[in-house]
Design a protein around this ligand. Structure first.
Ligand code: NAD
Length: 300
């Protein structure tokens, strides 16, 4: 993070992700010395969606950087749901596989909920399975969805940098999806924030964000959050990512306006995206440990 005059602190996801990878590299080396094994992540891609192929490549490369074995399974778009479920059964049974990631979206003839439900709970490194979401809601150990976990890590670092605790802050989450908004709200509750969730039927979202100490924008609406939506000094994390007509990228936050008002703002690109991948690696190392009955370190 860098301070730029009166502008908001930049909550740099690339810097945070690098710190997470450095920690994980050390942990993977120590685990290899202790057990003779290293964590393995199976990545399953169905079809030839170019964006998905790029995401998978980034994930595989990130694994290599920290010493996690990655095993890619690239299947044709015409793959049947039955064939995909059979592959998942064999990955579930394979002791060399600690984490399984099925890249979404899947082709239209495959039901994503059925596929997610087939991944063994202790290998569900995306944290999308109902058992892991339930564990999060109940405050029990489990694998937490990577994007909200990454946002919490970014907020924790912001709190350290600015010397203010997260505890007691009023956080507004914009969005209630099962993969981002809802787990985000639950994580912020665990961090002792007071949490409000806004969604497409909220009557006046700006009224809520103006009262917030923390805003997490995950609405999937380009530049929805304007400068006058934000309380001076608030911390704003932008989860959205959109391709503009001019080819550039923007988030759910109007960065030029909000930067003038907020105390901290995450950029797009270079914010939540890199942290999502870092937390996937973190979940894979966690899964390796819990599947072998090894304790999780305090810092992880
Ligand atoms: P989604 O479409 O599943 O959910 C969007 C949510 O926003 C819904 O709950 C909806 O009710 C709410 N919403 C929509 N318009 C609103 C409005 N005007 N006011 C208040 N709430 C509104 O999307 P998602 O999967 O949760 O993702 C959200 C955004 O985050 C997308 O832009 C997505 O591309 C991005 N995303 C980024 C990463 C990353 O790693 N950077 C990961 C996941 C999602």
């Amino acid at each position: 993070m860098t301070d730029a005059g009166n502008e908001a602190l930049r909550v740099d996801g690339r810097v945070a992700a690098k710190a997470v990878r450095a920690r994980l590299k050390g942990e993977v080396e120590a685990l290899r010395a202790e057990t003779g094994e290293s964590p393995g992540l199976a990545v399953v891609l169905v079809g030839d969606d170019p964006a998905s192929a790029i995401y998978v490549r980034h994930k595989v490369r990130a694994c290599e950087k920290v010493g996690i074995r990655s095993l890619s399974h690239v299947l044709p778009a015409a793959t049947t749901q039955e064939a995909l479920l059979t592959l998942l059964d064999s990955l579930n049974a394979d002791p060399a596989v600690d984490g399984i990631l099925v890249q979404l979206p899947l082709p239209g003839h495959i039901d994503a909920d059925t596929v997610i439900a087939r991944v063994a709970l202790d290998k569900d490194v995306d944290g999308f399975a109902l058992g892991n979401l339930g564990a999060l809601a109940a405050g029990r150990p489990g694998l937490v969805a990577c994007t909200p976990a990454g946002v919490l890590e970014m907020l924790t670092r912001t709190a350290e940098t600015l010397g203010e605790p997260l505890s007691g802050k009023h956080a507004v989450v914009i969005g209630r999806s099962v993969t981002v908004g809802k787990p985000m709200a639950l994580l912020l509750l665990q961090a002792n924030c007071t949490v409000t969730v806004c969604h497409s039927r909220t009557v006046d979202t700006a009224k809520h964000t103006r009262a917030a100490d923390i805003v997490v924008a995950a609405a999937g609406r380009p530049e929805l959050v304007r400068g006058d939506w934000v309380k001076p000094g608030a911390w704003v994390i932008d989860v959205g990512i959109h391709r503009r007509a001019d080819g550039g990228l923007c988030g759910d936050v109007h960065a030029d306006e909000v930067r003038q008002v907020a105390a901290a703002l995450s950029p797009v690109p270079g914010g939540v995206g890199p942290m999502t991948i870092a937390m996937l690696l973190d979940n894979t190392v966690r899964a390796f440990r819990s599947r072998r009955g090894l304790a999780q370190p305090e810092s992880a």
